[in-house]
Design a protein around this ligand. Structure first.
Ligand code: PLP
Length: 452
């Protein structure tokens, strides 16, 4: 098929996620046919550096020989068989490997397919856990942080708090409590950075204490709220959340769907504050960015509350058809092994330092507001006026304009509103991270100079 025919069929039939289709159809987005290393190649042979690691999934690049081989070998054995009443080899090996690498005490692995389902599983397990523990309690509230994003199923949207994404569904959602985000873009009047952080800690403490007996779990993206625009929590916040939840018997759900697998500098973000959550939700990078797979890790204490005879009603009646898919698990095993073989975390450290240094080049630019970074997760906020922090009108779609300019320069990136993001794959070599910065910064100048 020619590019033109594919374009017509795409526009005629494919409904793209998180895209206003009227605008997407006009955008003439590249149609990817192949990839090599850290580049995507379209139907016209144009190459694009993958600047957001295919939406925060890719870890070692594309067409990685070791992962490709693991998949081919698994294809020769079996592609799928169910975990409902059966086991399969890669899902067992992967569970053991994840437990070995995860914070101590997370010993049980529940598989699903996506980030949202990984969180959804944790929500339901937490809810049911309290009803089935030795001293049963009926706790039916969850606490989340403002500007949270945990996926797009109705349950995870209930915990979410990004107005543009979530407001349409408001009446469909279950009620949740919300504590203020300690890393907001715009401080409310009468606060400075320090007093805002203290206020957030006070509110956290007050909310948990006041609702202690009613809260099933606290849901947090540890260290960085990625979809909110790469909001970086102050050091010690996660630790404090763990102390308070523990004190009140509230379970802690760590959504590491975006931050897991190296992006913040450690394999899991929780490690940096020596926190062991009750649930660790993993997806995106778990297969190296190859296949949809997710895992919710939990403790023996949670697991044991679900034990009983078949008639006890304690069974966890939840499952997804492709749970523990052998191909996905085989890819994940191969990907995890490469973390050591290729010293991926060392590369993350090097690229994090490089990004910090490169970001200085644009810090004083009149249209750059906050620059936020944790590890290799970067958010660059664009503002109409640096002095007043005035934002651009949404209809200007400045973030999107920069993305289009970047595409012409051979870089694929996707903004979060007016926040440009750089989310390289953890194994992207420094020279390519440099090239991502070159192309993005040039695009930024293009669009903003052109405008004035
Ligand atoms: C992407 C994301 C999800 C949802 O994952 P899907 O695979 O898209 O369902 C959940 N939580 C966080 C933090 C994410 O970044």
């Amino acid at each position: 098929m020619t590019s033109a025919l594919l374009r017509d069929l795409d526009n005629a039939h494919v409904w793209h996620p998180f895209c206003q289709m009227r605008e997407f159809v006009a955008d003439d987005a590249p149609i990817i046919t192949s990839a090599k290393g850290f580049e995507l190649i379209d139907t016209d042979g144009r190459r694009y550096l993958d600047g957001v690691s295919s939406l925060w999934c890719n870890v070692h690049g594309h067409r990685v020989p070791e992962i490709d081989l693991a998949l081919r070998e698994q294809l020769d054995r079996v592609s799928h068989s169910t975990l409902l009443g059966l086991s399969n080899v890669p899902s067992i090996e992967l569970a053991a490997d994840l437990v070995r690498r995860a914070p101590t005490g997370l010993t049980r692995v529940y598989y699903s397919d996506d980030g949202a389902t990984a969180v959804e599983v944790a929500l339901k397990l937490a809810y049911q856990f309290h009803r089935q523990k030795p001293q049963p309690e009926s706790r039916d509230l969850f606490v989340g942080i403002s500007a949270a994003y945990h996926g797009d199923t109705v349950g995870t949207v209930s915990l979410g708090n990004i107005d543009v994404f979530h407001r349409s569904y408001e009446r469909l959602l279950f009620p949740t409590l919300r504590v203020p985000c300690p890393a907001v873009t715009q401080l409310p009047p009468s606060f400075d950075a320090a007093s805002w952080q203290q206020h957030c800690l006070d509110e956290l403490e007050r909310t948990l204490a006041a609702n202690a007996g009613r809260v099933a779990a606290f849901v947090i993206e540890p260290l960085v709220q990625a979809a909110a625009g790469i909001l970086v929590h102050p050091t010690g916040y996660l630790r404090r959340v763990r102390e308070l939840t523990q004190r009140h018997g509230i379970l802690l759900i760590a959504d590491e769907v975006a931050v897991g697998f190296g992006r913040t500098g450690t394999l899991f973000a929780c490690e940096q504050e020596e926190v062991v959550p009750d649930f660790l939700c993993l997806s995106k990078g778990i297969t190296g960015g190859y296949l949809p797979l997710a895992a919710t890790l939990t403790t023996d204490a949670v697991y044991e509350a679900f034990l009983g005879d078949a008639a006890s009603g304690r069974t966890f009646f939840h499952g997804h058809t492709y749970t523990g898919n052998p191909l996905g698990c085989a890819a994940a095993l191969a990907s995890l092994k490469l973390f050591e073989t290729n010293r991926v975390l060392d590369n993350v450290a090097e690229c994090s330092a490089l990004l910090t240094q490169r970001l200085e080049e644009i810090r004083d630019s009149p249209n750059v507001g906050q620059i936020r970074q944790k590890g290799i997760l970067v958010g660059i906020q664009l503002v109409a006026d640096k002095a007043t922090q005035q934002t651009f009108a949404p209809e200007q779609r400045i973030g999107h304009q920069v993305t289009l300019a970047a595409r012409r320069r051979g870089l694929f990136t996707r903004p979060l509103g007016d926040v440009l993001t750089i989310v390289p794959a953890p194994a992207m070599p420094p020279e390519l991270v440099n090239r991502v910065c070159d192309r993005l910064f040039e695009s930024l100048l293009d669009v903003l100079i052109h405008r004035t």
